[in-house]
Design a protein around this ligand. Sequence first.
Ligand code: LLP
Length: 414
Amino acid sequence: MPPEPLEYRNDLLFFSGISIQELAERFGTPLYVYSESSICRSIDLYRKGAGKRLHRICFAVKALSNISILRLMARESCGADIVSGGELFRAMKAGIEPSQIVFSGVGKSAGEIREALEADILLFSVESEEELGLISRIASERNKIARISLRMNPDVDANTHPYISTGLRENKFGIDRGSLLNIYKKILSMPGLDAAGIGFHIGSQLTGLSPFQDAASILSQTARLAREMGINLRYIDVGGGLGISYNGDPVPGPDEYARQVCKSLDFPDIEIIFEPGRSLVGNAGILISRVLFVKDTPEKKFYICDAAMNDLIRPSLYQAYHGIWPEKKSQNTVRADLVGPVCETGDFLAQDRMMGSFSSGDLLAVASAGAYGSVMSSNYNSRPRAAEVMVGSERAVLIRKREDYNDLIRGEEI
Ligand code: LLP
């Protein structure tokens, strides 16, 4: 079964009510396509799970930062979780209120901190004592108060790919859980700071709920002690991290996840901030590509398509699995590699996989490519970046033009 919103109608592949063929003919390939209704459904599931509990959803902009997507988030009353001045710029351009923005990340520059303070964002999620000192200095110089949240490193294993695990003691993220209370104590005498929150983010693509529950229970103990110490906590930021199903295996939905997280945090007067990325947009996007050549070697069959690692790097970087769905439902399957034109052996979208058989010219959809797809694309091999399209109420709209050769050399000097 293809993940929603992909489906076969009379053996032809449709995405969110429009045929892959129509999308490819209108906008060319490779092409990213997103489904508005699918994104909205996932947002609703978060809200349903959180129920009456005071909460806010701050979309992790890094997962899919096109400003049309961010505009949709604003319309759906979501805020943003940002990790750079560039993401602050995008979020504000899209109409997300600064009062709904959380600034995460281990390496905020003084310039970025100034910009976020001027904008008066909701919270800085602070990851080290040095960062805290810098925020305090910048805020007091400007007679401002920065609302901050300390990001705890709870030392729990997220059971995910090591590159996207962030809550272990050896990871660069967060503040060691044993030092947190001492730092809250220091904040009480530091100028320009309002210690308004506490949080964690333990990793991405988590397919079980127990690491979240473990982190929540460790955080709860510290939050209680911090309050006793006179820290006026109003926010608990639980980060993002809920996984999606890439291969059909069951994964808890946002409703179940949000319900469990809320249950694990017994502070009715504290607002919970969710920072989902992948679970809002991952399964709501595909990458459409066309097969250029079929190459049979004595060793293997290769389908060479027009999308490559520069368009979608997840398979090469994390050995990630993405479903490959042929435009025409195919009865016979073959073992093959689906590769791109980039000059690297590491350039593949699927490796040694049973998939539908293709001829040159055929179209296919790489599934679950909405999150960390287009945002991680590059111009490697001087390949212009793909166009992006959003489908809303059965209408497809271009939300990012395909790059051309002039885009490739913009800013370069001869
Ligand atoms: N909050 C913080 C502080 C984060 O660092 C992240 C993701 C999120 C929220 C959103 O996490 P999500 O809900 O999407 O799991 N490029 C990798 C994923 C990197 C995630 C980085 N941080 C991938 O393609 O799998």
